[in-house]
Design a protein around this ligand. Structure first.
Ligand SMILES: Cc1ncc(COP(=O)(O)O)c(C=O)c1O
Length: 394
């Protein structure tokens, strides 16, 4: 819902991000004083009379718990409108329906494999076309523009190679053509980066990750300030029906309260682990945007307030990969990222398996690559766990 002055008090907009995350759009339930947003576990709502409504009719369309979450997401991403979905993919699928057959998109070549699969295996069938480009290279992005390009879809930092794209530059480029800049902000979360402030039109989140933060629920979001798109996005959202349930909405609201603390810890853990990995004799290269020698370190510092908790690294010997995955014990071998528990992922067979080999290899996703989502455990315990697992490699 829209964060107008009626729905969010002016003083809340002026509060710091950490405080907004804790208190949300509505700091307490006005009817009961409940500090935790009530879970309105109701599919439908009684009408007082014909043509009368409490403002809530049917939960696919609007639900009070989800509405509070949507308003909170808009508040912390500095947008006017927030929409919550059952998953990140549900959010992306809704967004693409804003466009029409024949429309062309420029997409970061290094991106979550599920997004690639949705675009290539499904939306292509309906007449959309996609050019996958290294969007961290401005010249390549510019060269991919066509007369029918309607949007640029980027991940920054990208999943899994941690490339950083110039959000302001991309906004200028696509706006000159009358198109939209869409930024998947999953990796940094609104705590470290607010793409709308940098000129993006729509922000996407897999709320499953840092926003919910506890590896216990799936969620997805769109946040924007384009009033002219809001009615249609709402209409697609309610027509498709991939909306977030009241209980899952509450879980994300609860997760958001600690986002600031968690992101700081994810980041400091990631920095310690990445620095340790860099010195390890079995590791060839570490990709972490917080290293001053990362190719886009200055750009990261310019457009974000932090580097996040994600690390990727190449092993010298790909045969070490299965041994590591089998022998980590505190760190869990699993898909996903952004939760309290550290997870180790093997993109080539997990998150990026849907991407054709040639494209995957040219993006750098090969059998040497491991991805680590640093959790919030004690960093020495995590390093000891990796140390032990590396010992098993021989
Ligand atoms: C960057 C990114 N965007 C979108 C998604 C899709 O989100 P979900 O799994 O919540 O559908 C993922 C999932 O891993 C992701 O990593």
């Amino acid at each position: 819902m829209e964060n107008t002055s009626e729905t969010v008090c002016g003083c809340q907009k002026k509060l710091s991000l950490e405080t907004r995350l804790v208190h949300g759009a509505t700091p307490f339930d006005p009817s009961t004083g409940a500090i935790s947003t009530p879970i309105y576990q109701s599919a439908t709502f009684r009408h007082p009379g014909l043509y009368e409504s409490t403002g809530f009719d049917y939960s696919r369309v609007i639900n009070p718990t989800r509405e509070e979450l949507e308003r909170t997401l808009a508040l912390v991403e500095n947008g006017r409108h927030g929409l919550a979905f059952a998953t990140g993919m549900g959010a992306i699928s809704c967004l693409i329906k804003l466009y029409r057959p024949g429309d062309h998109f420029i997409v970061s070549e290094d991106l979550y494999g599920g997004t690639y699969r949705l675009f290539q295996e499904y939306y292509r069938l309906y007449g959309f076309s996609f050019s996958y480009t290294d969007t961290s290279d401005f010249g390549k992005t510019e060269a991919a523009l066509r007369p029918e390009t309607r949007a640029l879809f980027i991940e920054s930092p990208s999943n899994p190679m941690m490339k950083v794209t110039d959000i302001r530059g991309c906004a200028r480029l696509i706006h000159a053509k009358g198109g939209h800049l869409i930024v998947d902000n999953t990796f940094l979360s609104p705590y470290f980066q607010n793409p709308l402030d940098l000129g993006a039109d729509i922000v996407v989140h897999s709320g499953t990750k840092y926003l919910a933060g506890h590896n216990d629920t799936l969620a997805g979001f769109l946040v924007h300030s384009r009033d002219e798109l809001e009615e249609e996005l709402r209409n697609i959202q309610k027509s498709e029906g991939a909306t977030l349930s009241p209980f899952d909405s509450w879980l994300v609201l609860r997760g958001l309260k600690t986002l600031a603390l968690r992101m700081e810890r994810h980041q400091s853990n990631a920095l310690k682990i990445a620095s340790w990995l860099r010195e390890h004799p079995r590791v060839e290269k570490v990709f972490f945007t917080g290293f001053p020698d990362h190719p886009q370190y200055d750009l990261s510092r310019d457009q974000a307030r932090g580097f996040g908790g994600m690390i990727s690294f190449y092993l010298k010997n790909p045969a070490d990969a299965p041994v590591l995955l089998k022998n980590v014990s505190l760190i869990l071998f699993a898909e996903s990222l952004g939760g309290t528990e550290s997870l180790l992922t093997y993109p080539v067979v997990q998150t990026h398996s849907a991407i054709p080999e040639q494209m995957r290899l040219s993006a750098g996703v090969d059998e040497r690559l491991m991805r680590l989502s640093a959790g919030i455990e004690n960093p020495d315990d995590l390093i000891n766990d990796l140390q032990m697992a590396f010992h098993s490699c021989g």
